[in-house]
Design a protein around this ligand. Structure first.
Ligand SMILES: Nc1ncnc2c1ncn2[C@@H]1O[C@H](COP(=O)(O)OP(=O)(O)OP(=O)(O)O)[C@@H](O)[C@H]1O
Length: 475
């Protein structure tokens, strides 16, 4: 079976409804002819269409981008439509699923409805019926999403937690990360957030918790900040007298996160002994506080790291089985140097925050100062930018921040031509992917402009994105 996924740039249809254009439909069928026929039908109606020739591939697509409606064949080799439906509950819980079934499998289809499918359609498929069913599924998707947002806003108002920190940025790289985060939020799947220090991994984890609908607390533990000897007691808790110095019983962070989210930052720092305990907890939902009896736990785990866990596995410093448990959904928090376009938005946001905090009137930033900030490579990412703005606001006496208000490491930094550098032996495909991605970031997702800059046709950039399996291919 050819395991591929493609994306179709939506051709101009005569009168496709505007709602269709904002709906992403993923068609899953192992028979290529059916797949292509359905792709044409939905594209003609103005939907954004993705295809996958197997359930497994469909899951990959849903992990990489937001899908509103999945239309899947019921009988497929390997993963059936029902298996896919069940897996989607974790990977893309808010996607609506429509099953296609041949005559004689209606009973299975009814079972599928019970398992949460939105609808099923019988083969041979009727074009208009198919389109109407998908439109209705998309409407339900929108309604459920709106309902959830309203509920969240209401509970934020009730709890007075208007202080949820916003995630600022509109670059395609950040939007992609947020899309996956929001899609994963309502599920119970473990999430692994990857990215350099200061890129906003904890902020992303909090955003997932806020949208998870989980009533419990968000409990963050920075494993790199804790001495190795106390990590176990800190996470799992201990009974009085469990070790010298345990003068009273202490509840662990796992217990504090009951019904909520446990965020383990710098997971690569976990010692082998604690890795074993965490694995057991994730597999069996059970753990033992030091010196205590077995306890059950119900929490959602989000782990983060700026290390290459695969490398740690190769060096036998991180358990592979634990890695797979953690890495159900992976989200990459992009470095700031790859999303220069976000710098002005972040500057604006931090100016607002720190002027208010310091009781100063809202300051502005001089153009040449902003240019310097955009040129800088930000090794400390958003955290470094935030510190620079806070310092400038506190120290400046004027209403406009100028170059003189910026630290010398920024004003004296060499102008950054391009942040693309490759080590010897990088595969050409990887180089091509990164050049295309960087150009798209530079053009803020404008593919026509990116194609012009790269000296290729717009059609070629779409094809290359699809070949490279880049999620932007049909945007
Ligand atoms: N997109 C963003 N919008 C607004 N603030 C941001 C954004 N990204 C990061 N920040 C701010 O930058 C600081 C660092 O973010 P955060 O602690 O989430 O990064 P991190 O990747 O978890 O870092 P570390 O790996 O060092 O723990 C925080 O104050 C956070 O509020």
């Amino acid at each position: 079976m050819n395991d591929s996924s493609t994306t179709t740039p939506v051709p101009a249809a005569p009168t496709p409804s505007a709602a269709n254009a904002s709906t992403t439909v993923l068609v899953v069928d192992d028979e290529r002819e059916n797949l292509e026929a359905l792709e044409r039908i939905f594209a003609r109606e103005g939907f954004r269409v993705l295809t996958a020739e197997s359930g497994r591939r469909a899951l990959d697509v849903c992990r990489a981008q937001r899908v509103h409606v999945v239309v899947t064949d019921l009988m497929m080799p390997g993963m059936s439509g029902i298996d896919l439906l069940k897996a989607l509950e974790t990977v893309a819980p808010d996607a609506e699923v429509v099953l296609m079934t041949a005559y004689g499998t209606i009973e299975t289809a009814v079972e599928a409805m019970r398992a949460g499918a939105y609808d099923f359609v019988e083969k041979p498929l009727k074009r208009m019926q198919m389109v109407k069913t998908v439109q209705k599924a998309a409407e339900r998707h929108a309604l459920v999403a709106e309902n959830r947002t309203l509920k969240q806003e209401l509970s934020a108002l009730k709890s007075g937690s208007g202080g949820v920190r916003p995630i600022i940025g509109s670059s395609p790289a950040l939007r992609r990360a947020l899309d996956i985060a929001y899609q994963a939020a309502p599920s119970t799947a473990n999430v692994l957030v990857l990215g350099e220090s200061g890129t906003g991994k904890e902020l992303l984890a909090r955003a997932i918790h806020e949208r998870s609908g989980r009533g419990g607390a968000f409990v963050a533990v920075n494993l790199a900040a804790l001495p190795e000897t106390i990590v176990e007691g800190e996470l799992f808790g201990y009974e009085k007298g469990a070790f010298t110095g345990a003068v009273q019983k202490r509840e662990g962070r796992v217990a504090q996160a009951e019904g909520g989210t446990l965020f383990l930052d710098e997971i690569g720092e976990l010692s082998p002994q604690v890795q074993v305990k965490l694995l057991r907890l994730l597999q069996e939902g059970e753990y033992e506080p030091l010196g205590g009896r077995t306890r059950r736990a119900d929490f959602r785990l989000i782990a983060a790291t700026n290390k290459d866990l695969r490398q740690l596995i190769t060096e036998q410093r991180f358990r592979e089985d634990l890695y797979y448990r953690l890495n159900v959904i992976a989200i990459t928090s992009p470095p700031l140097r790859d999303r220069q376009g976000d710098v002005p938005l972040l500057v604006d946001h931090f100016l607002e925050v720190y002027c208010r905090k310091n009781g100063k009137p809202r300051m502005e930033l001089a153009r040449e100062a902003l240019e310097k900030l955009q040129d800088y490579s930000w090794p400390g990412n958003v955290r470094e930018l935030e510190n620079v703005i806070e310092r400038a606001v506190v120290l400046s006496r004027g209403a406009t921040l100028t170059l003189a208000d910026l630290p010398s490491q920024i004003t004296q930094a060499e102008r950054r031509g391009s942040d693309l550098s490759f080590s010897m032996g990088t595969p050409l495909e990887e180089i091509e992917r990164r050049v295309i991605r960087a150009t798209l970031d530079h053009t803020r997702g404008d593919k026509q402009l990116a194609a012009q800059l790269l000296g290729i046709s717009a059609r070629t950039i779409y094809r290359k994105l699809a070949d490279l399996n880049e999620p932007d291919a049909a945007e």
